[in-house]
Design a protein around this ligand. Sequence first.
Ligand code: SF4
Ligand code: SF4
Length: 356
Amino acid sequence: MSDLKTTVVICQAQGRNPVKRQLEDDIFSTLMNDPNIDVSLLPHLYDMSHAHSGMQFLKAVPGRVVILGWLYERAIRWTLDRAGIRGHEGETLIKSELEVPDDHEETHEPRGIGITEVPDRMIYCIDLRVSDDSEEYCEEVRRIAAEPRRVTDITTTGVDGQAESFDLMSFINGQPNADQLERYLNPERQLEARRAFDSGDISVDKKEALPEDTRRRWYPVIDYTRCTNCMECIDFCLFGVYGVDALDRILVEEQDNCKKGCPACSRVCPENAIIFPHHKTPAIAGADGEVGGIKIDLSKLFGGDDGLSAIDMAVKERDRELILDGREAVGTSVGLRERERDEYDDLMDELDALEF
Ligand code: SF4
Ligand code: SF4
């Protein structure tokens, strides 16, 4: 791996959707011939365990890295952070689209606690759902690869100046296993292995070139540019998912305790900092709240389709999971703090008064 080249990592879609596979193949095949780029194929980012060799590879990439995946770019970034893969945030020109209601408002600037250790490299995240034209992605990658190197003079995501740069090798605690990582450095072998896998024709050799098994997962990831460490999520979740680190900062401690399909805590987080990358609601899945350069207030999108407020939905979802676990529903009696009324509450009262 050369830190002078730009490393491009394509995190594959779940399943074997032929359209998505084709887009991934087209990008991969085009970029593998570019002398300034190293390109690799990985399983779906959210599905890899933190010990997966693909995650180890991402930790070890020394220079600029571009991650293309089937998630909102914000979800990609914080899923990486959750796995301990960090870098300064690179600005990309390919942005996810988001459906917004007509009455959107400007939202506040992020005021989160930020992250404290960032290795000296840039990470660019791109959502592969934005366009079906592989050339658009290749052009953007070439633009990024041609940008002048900027490393330690950049602060991450503009949060409280808390980001601190670290040497990459000390950050990842030693040399990664070369045998494990080698599979990601041979583009022809990766492409051949994937085609064999998709066609069901896997010889022992080709099987070796494939990454370890992955499985579909469901867990929250925290956006620390928004999280204010208020601890509402740890109070609300009754399944032991959250904990705190040595600095008393909130973290997702036992991700596998999270209930599949349950996004409840993302609805109670006052900063909309909790992301479930596979949730159907864009605001919960990590849409960044900016459309055409206009920032929007996503907090109004956290409620249910049936008109329930975000908090009522969260309570209902948590009770459902408690009952499925053989426990008693607790309703609003546990883990909810009194909040000041906001414009949303006034709006709901006005709608109630209309008595449709
Ligand atoms: S509720 Fe949201 S802002 Fe508060 S600690 Fe949890 S993630 Fe951070
Ligand atoms: S979604 Fe539910 S189970 Fe998962 S962390 Fe949040 S409250 Fe806990």
